[in-house]
Design a protein around this ligand. Sequence first.
Ligand code: FAD
Length: 404
Amino acid sequence: MKVAIIGGGAAGFFSALSVKEHHPEAEVILFEKSQELLSKVRISGGGRCNVTNALSSISAFSKSYPRGAKFLKKAFQIFNNQDSIQWFESRGVPLKVEPDGRMFPISNKSESIVECLMNEAKKLGVQIEMGVSVGNIQPNQEQIEIDFIRGKEKPELFDRVIVASGGSPRRKGLEWLEELGHQIEEPVPSLFTFNMPKEDVVSLMGVSVQDVAVSIQGSKYRSSGPLLITHWGMSGPAILKLSAFAARELALRHYTFKAQISWIGFINQEEVLAELQKKVTAEPTKTCLKAKPFDFPQRFWAYLLHRCNLPENQLWGELGKKKLDKLISVLSNDIYEVQGKTTFKEEFVTCGGLALTEVDANMQSRRVSGLYFAGEILDIDGITGGFNFQAAWTTGYIAGQLKS
Ligand SMILES: Cc1cc2nc3c(=O)[nH]c(=O)nc-3n(C[C@H](O)[C@H](O)[C@H](O)COP(=O)(O)OP(=O)(O)OC[C@H]3O[C@@H](n4cnc5c(N)ncnc54)[C@H](O)[C@@H]3O)c2cc1C
């Protein structure tokens, strides 16, 4: 059996290794258009590679995917994060968990993952052809023919083909799959930060607030977690998560919308009032600036008070109802104008790609028999935290089984 893998990224390598594991006699040839293999793995997680996440329940794990949650929930029954951990550890790459659940190689070097995958490919006899760009594929009787744009003169026939060519930022990049009858979900970016050119909050760049709740005005999208103020707007897990879940909605709005922020998480206004009233009663002669009601960085608290037009010497005891209401509103429903987005350099993915209705549970195309898909080419994307690589390992492993 002759098997072609298109793409030398995380999903392509994992597919190739899985084919060799399940069909040792198969001839596996991996085509990579660039001169570098596993380039995203190498730069991922700031050079440390966030391989997967430690979340223990499959159900909770699946909820980290704005697109593909239901599909992956089933796929994780076959290969999940525990399998990935075991896979790498049994091949000499122990992993560690960070407090937020992200998992990295103990070496803190993505090179450990790259070397492991490359060594394994060499050991199992995966043939790798670099600088070879696949242009088209088409069924040819029982086989699949591959045409090349670069790197090879003549078309070649294969018994099975796994497409692992990654996300495409533009629909044009997916036309070759559309021509085979596959439905494509329009690609739009996911995982980005919010630009706020008109807001003076950017003067606080570098400040992070631990437990905020953010929502998009006029939509059902909301998220929570730490938020980081940057010199162009806002970033951090709460913002990135929101950008992922609302990726399509925000693209439709051309990234111009209002973000509503509760700086104290999902807490209602009565609870905020109760907290503030404790200060009014217990510390009436202290200034609001000095006696903080919540655990904010001092600079940030001073900024919020300024946003409420409260003077630095404002005493808790002299805060009338009007000022108290204003403080509650800024704390729990602060509104910022977002105009534009910035790519999150640490990790970005594409929302959209090959519609999941086009593949069966074996990752095989419902249009072309013998054709399989793995990785970000599929309409699957996760939030940050190792979820995107886990999707690549899982779909790559399953595709490589070449089940029908
Ligand atoms: C900067 C950055 C950091 C990231 N960090 C993390 C992280 O720490 N943890 C995490 O979980 N996720 C991370 N991600 C996301 C993760 O890298 C991707 O989801 C994952 O790499 C997708 O794997 P893939 O194999 O499907 O696609 P890719 O890694 O994009 O690989 C596809 C490969 O196919 C090749 N190719 C494309 N078209 C053709 C063709 N026609 N012929 C031949 N070859 C072709 C491409 O050149 C490429 O090498 C990061 C992403 C970025 C951009």
